[in-house]
Design a protein around this ligand. Structure first.
Ligand SMILES: O=C(O)CCC(=O)C(=O)O
Ligand SMILES: [Fe+2]
Length: 382
């Protein structure tokens, strides 16, 4: 059986919901327009094929494919601070394996998971139960495993002490994510008007990184666990570093759930329920304060700009506010990789970015390690 629903949205785009037996796919025609025209009140998140950056040997910055991606990156970062990445070269099977491993881990009984518990002794690496992570003082409805770049004793002096330690989860996926992030960052350096290696050396030549394996219980699970009523999977925040790559669960469970309801009883009430339930995905806020859905698109990563790149770009690029809400009955898994500056990097607006804004410095200077440690020390319930 095939069901096709057309939902009118902004401008001339429409959302297509296609249900075919057990398979449900979601397409937003405006999301799928690459390099679409956007304003800072963006209504959709563009998809960018970054493969020309990964193929490039970086001797040839005049390469036509590279210039086109650079243009698209520039537009996306100025207007949304978010884009989907395709053509990243990480195989679907590896991505799925990492997500499956994550789901299996979170499926274990609490007594097992807590064996790799995060604490200040592990340098904040390891497992956090639901509600342990807080955003703006409120418990987040997710559990997670955090891995950080390994930090040996004394490596970053007193400041680095808080994050000294070794991981309790295999590091290997981070290597793949690092290669993709590094090349996107080269593209962004060009987009800002610098040379491809602008963020290398003492800026981000020896980058810190954080990898989070995250599980968001569905609302029924959460109630079963007698957790406080709170459907905020992760409260509104900006990311701390340079670039974040997130692989989202692409099973789109909430849609599957709601489409079944639509088939049996299609009415205004059900449609409203559908619009509420779709909020299982992460959301991104535009300047008008509207939350835009970052609907999972199979085979892509959602990429966003962090606070440190905002400063280096002198505010030309935005570290956009985003949050995750799981109002669906199903458990959601995501894997986020945060590519950061060097731990001790001084972050201040780059000269050529200042020139673009009439020599005015729009963002305050920071030391990345200080910013990170401050966040880490206030991120979890005591
Ligand atoms: O799970 C997601 O989709 C995003 C998570 C996120 O924003 C974060 O961990 O910073
Ligand atoms: Fe985030």
């Amino acid at each position: 059986m095939i069901l096709l629903l057309l939902l009118p949205t902004t401008r001339s785009s429409v959302k297509f919901l296609v249900s075919c037996s057990n398979q449900v796919s979601y397409f937003n025609s405006s999301n799928l327009i690459e390099n679409s025209e956007m304003s800072s009140n963006f209504k959709s998140i563009p998809i960018i094929d970054v493969s020309p950056l990964l193929c490039n040997k970086w001797g040839d910055v005049e390469n036509e494919g590279v210039s086109e991606v650079v243009k698209q990156l520039d537009q996306a970062c100025k207007e949304a601070g978010f884009f989907y990445v395709k053509g990243h070269g990480i195989s679907d099977s590896l991505i799925k394996e990492v997500r499956d491993m994550t789901r299996k881990f979170f499926d274990l009984p609490y007594d097992e998971k807590v064996k790799i518990k995060m604490s200040s002794e592990t340098g904040f690496r390891g497992y956090q139960r639901i509600g342990e992570n807080v955003t703006q003082g409120k418990a987040d409805m997710h559990e997670a495993i955090d891995c950080y770049r390994e930090v040996k004793a004394g490596m970053y002096g007193d400041l680095g002490k808080a994050v000294e330690g070794f991981n309790k989860w295999p590091d290997s996926p981070s290597n793949f994510y690092s290669v993709v992030s590094e090349n996107i960052l080269r593209g962004l350096a060009l987009a800002l008007g610098g040379c491809p290696g602008e963020f290398e050396g003492e800026r981000a030549g020896d980058p810190f990184w954080v990898m989070r394996f995250i599980g968001y219980p569905g609302i029924s699970d959460a109630k079963g666990l007698e957790m406080p009523e709170n459907d905020i999977g992760c409260g509104a925040h900006t990311d701390y570093g340079l670039l974040t790559l997130v692989n989202q669960d692409d099973e789109i469970p909430a849609l599957q759930y709601v489409i079944t309801a639509c088939i049996t009883e299609f009415s205004a009430i059900i449609l409203k329920q559908f619009l509420v339930s779709i909020k299982c995905v992460s959301k991104v806020r535009n300047q008008a304060g509207e939350w835009i859905w970052a609907v999972p698109i199979p085979g892509t990563f959602v990429c966003n700009i962090g606070d440190m790149l905002k400063i280096w770009s002198n505010g030309l690029y935005e570290s956009t506010l985003h949050r995750v809400i799981n109002n669906s009955p199903k458990y959601r898994v995501s894997v986020a990789f945060f590519y950061e500056p060097n731990f001790d990097a001084v972050i201040e607006p780059l000269e050529f970015c200042k020139q673009k804004l009439g020599g005015i410095e729009k963002c305050e200077r920071a030391i990345y390690g200080e910013h990170l440690v401050r966040k880490v020390l206030t991120n979890f319930v005591a």
